[in-house]
Design a binder for this molecule. Structure first.
Ligand code: 13P
Ligand code: SF4
Length: 305
């Protein structure tokens, strides 16, 4: 089936069955084109909660689909490709977190949204990369334990100097690979370009950037800027998606390695199978998990909105 035909069939089935499709900005162009809403992980969680459809198909990774389910427990939530997970989300499990809490009793535990629903049940508040600084600054406690991304945590700590932020070793295997040498090489190859990077990159890289921000912040910065050339230090799809949005500008990947294999798993054919009732994974969470994890996400929306 041709891409265009598949897209037409998806649009027809969405309407017929009252299903909506949510897609993270790291998804391929042809998926973003048929999605009802797109955005970074914060935007997707807020938009999905407001959607009136009874079924939501999530094109992204598992923690994103779980977040939608926690916020909309009465809806059927399908992860379009059941094998798409975020390796960082699995780095700390509930038992380890409970043990860490026991040795750090007076710390407020801030969990990056890239964590499992199970882990969220034992954390105090969630953050996304776009809301982390605002939320950490708004918390009454000075002592913050930030999990699992130590790079994002270090970036937040630089912008929240009044807080005592403790980090646990962990991070995104894709963004973490980028080095200061890569920045040097990219700047040499594109001397006129501005460097925009995601805060999941290591401090050696974020401190060299012209702008550090979450997915949507990077896209908005590039779209609004008067500049023409940009080196993009986040997942490669953002280079492609920005090039579509701003044909008069030029976008270069910071390295060729900035590819998240999990974000690349979902295909149009997966979405079509979900709509035909013959694919995807339905997210099932027990009531207790939903209730406990929801506290963490509601607090994020309350403090980050
Ligand atoms: P955002 O919070 O910027 O959408 O990022 C999610 C993610 O997985 C980044 O690697
Ligand atoms: Fe997880 Fe990193 Fe992939 Fe984002 S880019 S989904 S943090 S592995």
């Amino acid at each position: 089936m041709r891409v265009r035909d598949m897209q037409d069939e998806i649009v027809r089935l969405k309407k017929e069955k009252g299903v909506c499709v949510a897609a993270h900005s790291y998804q391929a162009r042809e998926i973003l084109e048929i999605a009802d809403f797109t955005g970074d992980s914060y935007q997707l969680s807020v938009l999905a909660a407001k959607a009136t459809h009874s079924t939501i198909v999530m094109c992204g990774v598992k923690f994103m689909a779980e977040t939608v389910k926690i916020l909309s427990p009465d809806k059927t939530v399908l992860l379009a490709n059941p094998t798409a997970g975020c390796p960082m989300a699995e780095q700390i499990d509930k038992e380890l977190m409970l043990a860490i809490r026991e040795t750090n009793p007076h710390y407020t535990v801030v969990a990056y949204i890239n964590t499992t629903a199970d882990l969220k049940t034992v954390c105090d508040v969630c953050v996304t990369s776009s809301s982390a600084v605002k939320i950490v600054n708004a918390l009454p406690s000075k002592d913050i334990l930030f999990v699992p991304d130590s790079n994002l945590g270090a970036w937040v700590a630089r912008q929240a100097p009044d807080k005592n932020i403790k980090l646990i070793q962990g991070g995104c295997p894709v963004h973490e690979k980028v080095s200061a040498q890569d920045v040097h090489d990219a700047r040499t190859a594109c001397p006129d370009a501005l460097l925009l990077v995601h805060p999941e990159c290591v401090s050696d890289v974020t401190t060299l950037a012209d702008f550090v921000g979450a997915t949507t912040a990077i896209m908005e910065y590039a779209e609004k800027s008067e500049h023409r050339d940009f080196i993009i230090g986040t997942e490669s799809s953002i280079v492609e998606n920005l090039q579509y949005k701003c044909p008069g500008k030029r976008f270069y990947p910071l390295t060729k390695e900035l590819i998240c294999p999990d974000m690349k798993l979902t295909t149009l054919s997966d979405v079509l199978c979900c709509l035909k009732g013959d694919g995807g994974e339905e997210i099932v969470l027990d009531e207790e998990t939903i209730k406990a994890a929801r506290g963490c996400i509601d607090k994020m929306i309350e403090l980050g909105g």
